[in-house]
Design a protein around this ligand. Structure first.
Ligand SMILES: Nc1ncnc2c1ncn2[C@@H]1O[C@H](COP(=O)(O)OP(=O)(O)OP(=O)(O)O)[C@@H](O)[C@H]1O
Ligand SMILES: [Mg+2]
Length: 469
């Protein structure tokens, strides 16, 4: 769509010339011959720019400017002024005009200025949109929860988010530590700056050090060029130190220095580089007891533990289980090609009685797998083996002998059903480890494989393969 410009001027000749120039350059133009007329046609969001004469009969340009700013502060206004009234133009800028141009004006100059205003406006709008998106993605409303223990967590997050305080997130695996760290970052004023994740357990010590701090060329064998570390990359943003309990002692000392002095040194250099960082750390370990046996520096622990937030396990937020399960059904609905609508009511209670050692991540994976397996519109116990026990086992209440079904065939079917359910539950419990399952069922592996094939069981589904698209 063409940019829409409102031209306000009581000088007829100027208006005609300007409209022609603007239209020739692809703008769509509306005209008003005085401020009152401009007020009549003006609506917020209708114009990308208002170009207004400063000195007009009746209401003058500055009054019109103020009137517009009160209604649409984001619509840029540019003033046109005759020679000799530059001082008034400057005053107009003080009142919020974007720019001014003197009359008679040079066409090229006018076009350049107009394009600059419009470009600035576009950038502003994009930035605003981006911010809205970020706020949407990581707003608390995306963190699904209704339990009291999580309300407590949200309260803390709200208190701490827009400060620079170091936050320590404590929680078992899969409880949502990273998600919370992002929510903190995107609800802080650093949100337009980087959020950098460093997984402290992922690399060996030397690699981790150069990943964090960077290095100079020739700092060690193989360092053929200088490298900027993540702490420098994250400048003015937030660093998320995941699995902080795994950070080697030697790096704990260097990290302490970052926290205390707010500066880093690249490996192979002793030139300190100042950094402005917000640190959020997370762990599922008990750091305090690690300080007692010397695995974690006590001074670093106190620096990190400024504002601890404990995330409850899924078991401690029973209220949230059905909520989260349904959330994941919606979120990953494409895995069932939009077919699956809901969970069968009976399994909702089974989900609550399972122990969830892998917490929300485990629930997420279970729901993804169920979505793939489900053929109907509701997820039933059959699709969540091992977690939601099939309602009819182990007390198989066989239907009354069906007329016309031979006895042997009938028994075979009942036994087969029971056997496959048992096997599926075992495989689920032991992540598809056939060796373990065979031992526990006191059968040999070949027999298990044969049954898996006979019953059409999808072994890969139990082995925690990530089925996300
Ligand atoms: N309250 C929640 N609402 C919706 N999804 C959630 C919630 N909490 C966690 N999740 C989802 O659960 C998964 C695990 O969360 P996350 O990675 O943040 O946990 P973690 O504690 O960092 O896990 P780990 O210890 O395994 O690294 C993610 O896919 C996340 O999107
Ligand atoms: Mg994590």
């Amino acid at each position: 769509m063409n940019d829409h410009i409102l031209v306000v001027d009581d000088d007829n000749a100027f208006r005609i010339a300007t409209v022609a120039l603007l239209q020739d350059n692809g703008f769509s133009v509306q005209i008003a011959s005085n401020a009152r007329e401009a007020q009549q046609v003006f609506e917020p969001d209708k114009f990308d720019l208002v170009l207004s004469d400063l000195v007009m009969e009746g209401m003058n340009g500055i009054e019109l400017l103020e009137w517009i700013k009160a209604r649409a502060p984001e619509t840029p206004v540019m003033m046109i002024t005759g020679y000799g009234s530059v001082r008034t133009a400057v005053e107009a800028i003080r009142h919020g005009a974007y720019d001014y141009i003197t009359k008679p004006c040079d066409n090229d100059e006018l076009l350049i200025k107009i394009r600059r205003v419009l470009e600035g406006r576009r950038k502003d709008r994009e930035l605003r949109q981006l911010r809205e998106e970020l706020r949407g993605t990581y707003s608390f409303s995306n963190i699904v929860s209704q339990s009291d223990s999580m309300k407590q967590v949200f309260k803390l997050v709200r208190q701490v988010a827009d400060t620079d305080a170091t936050v320590l997130i404590l929680g078992e695996t899969g409880t949502g530590k990273e998600m919370l760290a992002k929510a903190i970052h995107y609800n802080s004023s650093r949100k337009v700056k980087p959020f950098i994740v460093i997984t402290c357990s992922a690399l060996n010590e030397a690699l981790l050090e150069s990943e964090l701090f960077g290095h100079e060329k020739g700092a060690f064998t193989g360092a053929q060029r200088a490298r900027v570390g993540k702490f420098e990359d994250a400048n003015r943003g937030t660093v998320f130190l995941d699995e902080i309990g795994d950070i080697p002692l030697h790096l704990q000392t260097k990290l302490l220095r970052v926290l205390q002095e707010k500066e880093i040194e690249r490996v192979g250099s002793n030139k300190p580089i100042p950094v402005d960082l917000r640190i959020i750390a997370a762990t599922n370990k008990d750091l305090q007891s690690m300080t007692k046996n010397g695995q974690f520096r006590e001074d670093l622990f106190y620096r990190l533990n400024v504002f601890p937030i404990h995330l409850p396990t899924l078991k401690q937020r029973l209220d949230d289980i059905p909520l989260l399960a349904r959330h994941f059904v919606q979120k990953y609905n494409n895995l069932s090609a939009g077919r699956v609508k809901d969970l069968a009511p009976v399994i909702v209670s089974s989900l609550a009685s399972y122990s969830w050692p892998g917490n929300i991540r485990e629930l997420e994976n279970v729901m993804k797998r169920a979505l793939i397996k489900t053929e109907g519109e509701t997820i039933t116990a059959v699709e969540i083996p091992g977690i939601a026990p099939p309602v009819s086992t182990p007390h198989v209440s066989p239907p009354g002998p069906l007329p016309g079904t031979p006895f042997k065939e009938y028994v075979k079917k009942i036994v087969g059903d029971a056997e496959s359910k048992y096997l599926v539950a075992m495989l689920e419990q032991h992540q598809g480890n056939v060796k373990v399952v065979a031992e526990l069922m006191d059968l040999d592996r070949k027999t298990i494989y044969k049954k898996i094939e006979d019953y059409g069981i999808d072994l890969a589904g139990f082995r925690g393969e990530d089925t996300s698209p």
